[in-house]
Design a protein around this ligand. Structure first.
Ligand SMILES: [Zn+2]
Ligand SMILES: [Zn+2]
Length: 370
């Protein structure tokens, strides 16, 4: 079933500024020039220029007067209608800020929680950066338009055929208190199918007030029928101590979180079974004692894209942290037999119909579906 079409402009968690969280997508049935949603905006035009240079077919060719040519990065960004931002850390907004004065096309909206928009305002303040954003619909088209996303369990339409439900996440704490990020349920309205995208997130198990559990509970009833693709961070490799997570996940914690989702799904199935047998619901399992047997295959049909792995400049090219982390997560998910497919969202990847199409070498290899 066709839903979305996405290009990964950047998927790292820093410090490499050429590969920071940034995903461009559109409904699969639309053309790029019809309009694009920018999900996070860490890397921007510079990174995209390099990707298009490496692979001119990354986007479908633009046909002008019967002649096909590749889109330029600035053309692609001129089609952006809105930005969807999980939180205002620089690795998620720097592309948006640097390009704010030079993006062509129609006026662009920035959708985020009130707090994240207020954080952005401190940058668009005529001090750190010119004030190129406004709350006022009547302001000139050259100014980005702030649009608040509320965490009220409702879906809000952000673009034709695309609606978003926003939920809070914990992303560590600092001297001001807890720092929040956001998760987005992104729905393709004509098919009611959606994917789930996590902004940066820390483990619920170390949070004073867990919030990811709310996201898992909202997701569980939809899996895998209407929701089968989840993007979630795993910033660190295995073995990192909790006090050094700085608001992020490691493979052990990510897989614990996935087990929480699996438990929620199992719980729903058990409840459905008892209802259909018209018998009183069986005594529930204690929350943390679901056995491997119970969770086996609970995430069948779910694809997890690992994002936001942090670079390690000391690692050898053969041991890229994103590859190491991916293998570690896969090993742990297989150990628990959860059934989810674990994939890396790599920079330059195009994800269509939410099956993955990887261009191994742009001009020689055909598209490879994995
Ligand atoms: Zn980040
Ligand atoms: Zn962050």
């Amino acid at each position: 079933m066709t839903t979305f079409d996405m290009v990964v402009v950047g998927s790292g968690g820093g410090p490499d500024e050429t590969n920071l969280s940034a995903y461009l997508f559109k409904p699969a049935s639309a053309q790029w020039e019809d309009g694009i949603i920018a999900l996070e905006a860490g890397s921007g035009i510079g990174a995209l220029s390099h990707l298009i240079h490496r692979d001119p077919r990354l986007f479908d060719p633009l046909v002008v007067d019967g002649t096909a040519r590749a889109y330029s990065a600035s053309e692609i960004y001129s089609y952006v209608r809105c930005f969807l931002i999980s939180h205002a850390h620089l690795d998620h907004i720097s592309g948006l800020i640097l390009s704010a004065g030079s993006l062509g096309g129609l006026r662009k909206r920035i959708y985020a929680t009130k707090q994240s928009l207020q954080d952005l305002e401190t940058i668009f303040s005529d001090r750190i950066w010119p004030n190129l954003a406004s709350w006022n619909e009547e302001d000139g088209d050259f100014k980005l338009l702030y649009k608040t996303l509320y965490t009220d369990n409702k879906y809000v339409n952000v673009y034709p055929d695309v609606s978003v439900r926003t939920m809070h996440l914990n992303h560590g704490h600092n001297e001001l208190g807890n720092y929040e990020s956001a998760a987005f349920f992104i729905r393709h309205d004509p098919t009611s199918r959606e994917f789930l995208f996590f902004g940066d997130v820390e483990p619920d198990s170390i949070s004073a007030k867990p919030q990811s559990i709310n996201v898992w509970r909202a997701a569980a009833p939809k899996i895998p029928d209407t929701l089968s693709t989840i993007f979630i961070e795993c910033s660190w490799p295995s073995g990192r101590r909790d006090e050094l997570l700085y608001g992020h996940l490691s493979p052990e914690h990510l897989v614990d979180e996935l087990a929480v989702l699996a438990k929620e799904i199992v719980k729903i199935k058990q409840e459905e079974k008892s209802v259909s047998r018209s018998r009183p619901a069986r005594k529930r399992q204690k929350k943390n004692h679901a056995s491997v047997d119970e969770l086996r295959g609970a995430l069948n049909g779910v694809r997890i894209f690992i994002i936001h792995c942090k670079d390690d400049n000391t690692a050898s090219p053969e041991e890229r942290p994103c590859d190491v982390i991916l293998q570690q997560v896969r090993g742990l998910v297989e150990g628990k037999e959860l059934g989810a497919e674990i994939l890396g969202a790599q920079q330059g990847m195009r994800i269509r119909k939410f099956s993955v199409l990887v261009r191994v070498s742009a001009l020689i290899q055909p598209l490879t579906e994995i």
